[in-house]
Design a protein around this ligand. Structure first.
Ligand SMILES: C[S@@+](CC[C@H](N)C(=O)[O-])C[C@H]1O[C@@H](n2cnc3c(N)ncnc32)[C@H](O)[C@@H]1O
Length: 506
């Protein structure tokens, strides 16, 4: 096909996607609606010392016998390959299906990486001096639904795309540009070719158009769910919103504020007591690249949640630093490598620096600001933050240098929670498993498999905290007890419901 024609095609599609997005309600928050506040979000369906290094425990696939009750209960919701099989065929088909599905799930990481590059294109400040295309800007343009506003937005996006392409061609030491460059090469682009710029622009605009279309479809699903008028059902619909989306690594501070409030509430009810948390797992710790909410790129990529959880457990007296192990369970090699390298640096005595941006225009609640101020006081010391770029008006940044002995508490483990678990010796189950903004990437059947894997890894009486409503089948031995709602800011729908799931038994 003629290149110019294809280029025009990408722009046209993008313009259409902008129109759809701008009239479709913007970038939805996946996990929260204040409408859910009043109603319980759960869904009811028809020792010896722990190993020094949990990474030495290999992840094992979920066996057929354990999956069987889920396969039977959710017969109508199974993927086609499993639905087609007879009851007699399922036991032998299961291991093949699991191996193939594991590869498919892991391949969703590539599309998540593309989504991150799109956030970088819209929000990044390190490769361009042009203004960010913020969510507010998108929403503002959406209020004036006319072609000239959309055309102006498209022109602004194209100029940023040109700058990003220049950065991809000459990335220097900018780690996000190097990441975007590796992604482009892995997609087969020849960066030396004379046509590289045109092809990259077409690719970026085409991918942006896909992302915008997805966003508007999420907005439509959420609106349909809201119209059901049942907050619990709405929460259920939100809880699988990203099941067809690429797996993103993005992470931010405030879900950890919600976790702190939740652990406080659980402790206040006497369900967790001082020093009772010794083994913790975080499913999908994430890596802050350029997230879809505020998307800053002027500090090194970082993980936040493992440190935040340790900080909270020490603050609440639930754990002791010298008797705590935290295992991260993630299928992303990028995240696992990041954590492995951080651990190695900590073993050599180096701290881990976390940067904590806060937009003063973000209307954060006072208690969220107080959390931002106290973050890290149990695990490190305040450090000098990286300089805020001149374009980021009203942005404040704190930095915390986390002590190496705290970083060493964390052991990364490659694991796909949908299909795998760590077979831990009896008496060494996790006291607490955290899974925020990860199960939303899966449908009910795969969420149920994940819950079975979580159940196998929790000690009896141990807790799973998740901001998703999960199906509780009659054979599930993990049940929701309660939930905590935390509002982050005065913006609409900005907060989380964290559900307290507990494994049966003492
Ligand atoms: C959007 S991030 C959320 C990060 C963090 N938990 C938070 O709430 O900010 C999703 C994380 O889950 C991981 N993830 C997605 N699917 C997974 C799976 N099946 N098993 C393990 N990790 C998974 C991703 O690699 C990423 O680290």
């Amino acid at each position: 096909m003629n290149r110019m024609k294809r280029h025009f095609h990408a722009s046209t599609l993008l313009l259409l996607a902008l129109g759809v997005l701008l009239t479709g309600g913007g970038w939805p928050a996946a996990s929260f609606s204040q409408a859910g506040k009043k109603s319980a979000p759960s869904v009811k369906a028809p020792a010896p010392a722990a190993p020094k290094n949990a990474a030495t425990t290999k992840a094992a696939y979920l066996g057929y016998d354990e999956a069987k009750p889920i396969l039977e209960a959710l017969r109508d919701a199974l993927p086609a390959a499993l639905q087609r099989a007879s009851a007699a065929e399922l036991p032998s088909l299961w291991p093949q299906w699991v191996a193939a599905r594991d590869a498919e799930i892991r391949s969703r990481l590539l599309q998540g990486d593309e989504d991150s590059v799109i956030n970088f294109l819209l929000f990044g400040m390190t490769f361009t001096r042009r203004p960010r295309i913020t969510l507010d800007a998108l929403a503002q343009a959406g209020k004036e639904v006319n072609n000239s506003a959309n055309n102006a937005l498209l022109d602004a996006i194209k100029l940023r795309a040109d700058d990003l392409i220049q950065g991809i061609l000459s990335p220097g030491t900018n780690e996000r540009l190097l990441f975007a460059r590796r992604l482009a090469v892995s997609k087969g682009f020849d960066l030396q070719a004379a046509t590289a710029r045109t092809q990259l622009q077409e690719y970026l605009l085409g991918t942006l158009s896909r992302v915008l279309n997805e966003q508007s479809s999420y907005a439509r699903i959420l609106e349909a769910a809201r119209l059901l008028g049942d907050p619990s059902q709405e929460f259920v619909e939100r809880s699988k919103l990203y099941s067809a989306r690429g797996l993103s690594s993005d992470t931010s501070l405030l879900p950890n504020f919600a976790l702190e409030k939740t652990l406080e509430a659980i402790t206040a009810q006497g369900l967790l007591t001082a020093g009772s948390v010794r083994r913790v797992a975080i499913v999908g710790p994430g890596l802050d690249f350029t997230d879809k909410q505020d998307g800053y790129d002027f500090y090194p990529q970082q993980t936040i949640q493992p440190f935040a959880v340790i900080d909270t457990l020490l603050r609440l007296g639930l754990a002791k630093a010298n008797d705590l192990q935290l295992t991260t369970l993630d299928l992303s090699p990028r995240i696992n490598d990041h954590l492995t390298r951080s651990r190695q640096r900590a073993l050599a005595g180096q701290p881990y620096i976390v940067q904590l941006p806060r937009d003063e225009k973000g209307l954060w609640k006072e208690d969220a600001i107080a959390y931002w101020n106290r973050f890290g006081d149990r695990i490190g010391t305040s450090a000098t933050p990286v300089a805020v770029p001149p374009g980021a008006i009203g942005l404040k940044v704190r930095a915390v240098a986390i002590r190496p002995e705290i970083v060493r508490i964390i052991t990364p483990q490659d694991l796909n929670i949908v299909l795998q678990r760590l077979n831990r010796p009896a008496g060494e189950g996790f006291d607490l498993i955290i899974a925020t903004n990860i199960l939303v990437y899966y449908e009910v059947f795969e969420q149920s498999l994940a819950l079975k894997n979580v159940e196998a890894m929790l000690r009896p009486g141990g807790f799973l905290l998740s901001n998703n409503a999960l199906l509780e089948l009659p054979t599930t031995n993990v049940h929701s007890l309660n939930y905590t709602t935390v509002v982050y800011s005065d913006k609409p729908n900005d907060g989380d419901h964290i559900v307290w799931y507990q494994r049966d038994g003492k």
